[in-house]
Design a protein around this ligand. Sequence first.
Ligand code: TXA
Ligand code: MG
Length: 342
Amino acid sequence: TKWWKQSKNSSDLDAQVQEAAALLRENQVVAFPTETVYGLGADATEEAAVQRIFEAKGRPADNPLIVHVADEDQVSQLVSEIPPVAKKLMDEFWPGPLTLVLKSNGTAAENVTAGLSTIGIRMPDHPLALTLLRKTGRPLAAPSANRSGRPSPTAADHVYQDLDGRIAGILDGGSTGVGVESTVVDCTTEIPIILRPGGVTKEGLEKYLPIVMVDPALADEKQKPKSPGMKYTHYAPESPLWLVDGTDEFFVEQLHQLKGDGNRVGVIASDELAEKLDHLPLIRCGSRFQLDQVAEKLYGALREFKKSDVDLILCETFSEEGVGAAIMNRLNKAAVKKIQTC
Ligand code: TXA
Ligand code: MG
């Protein structure tokens, strides 16, 4: 696996992207940064290339991939129609952390859509990703560049930890900004439906859409999610994650008790909670009143604690407003247990 280290020098950058694009045109897979998380890219029109993504990640074949594009022409090449709602969202939010599910016209390789008649497409808001897309000249299928089940990578080093030896290369663009994945919105139904909460908030979408629904399965474990990927266990750190839902005082009590029972506990806490704790190891994930910061740091924090160091990880819960919906969706999926005040 070639790791093209982050460079500020424009001729170096140029050479890196050329090399990565050449590999992609030879049906190899290359990881690249986006504004949300690192993606693992392959030519979306080549079944053999896309197959390599599934193999490198250990991803179930029934989980479709998001296709990344550099311009709207590439969207038209992949879909049978662009409904007005989708056009509106593209104009308002692209490039950006929003994936639109549209009717596929069959141009993408069959394994990209995992046999569905629809296709998820987004234009990433990252200069390296856009340059890579343009130089490759193909739409790129790219799921998050982690081993299936692990937290998504928000730094090149995370990709390296998971996929060294399994992929052709990693384009290093430093840390990603948003930190959680894109919002997936189904635009094939009369009323658009949020299938996965993400970087673009429901409140943000509502500014431009008269009505938007949320897949009810997201709040009810017994229902089957409309997005295949949402049914899998995800984002699991090395040691079991427990969520504590309650006051800071309740958190302090629970931590005290777990330590008293002889557990080695790692804590992920907001700045506000951290001020009230006298405990190590502890990772701060920003202010609970600045959920953008929490989103940015979340996956890195989940990767920080190693099995050899802690028996379990204790993390607080956050407001579900704005990007908090995505944060809590990921934490609930990553956690094995939730402790609540009765
Ligand atoms: O921010 C992101 O979206 C990142 C970066 C790399 O762009 N990508 C990402 O991809 O998170 P992935 O594969 O980890 O998640 C894709 C999600 C899955 O939940 C999948 O089931 C859903 O999108 N999806 C893709 N195509 C779909 C379709 N046609 N219908 C419904 N859900 C779809
Ligand atoms: Mg993923």
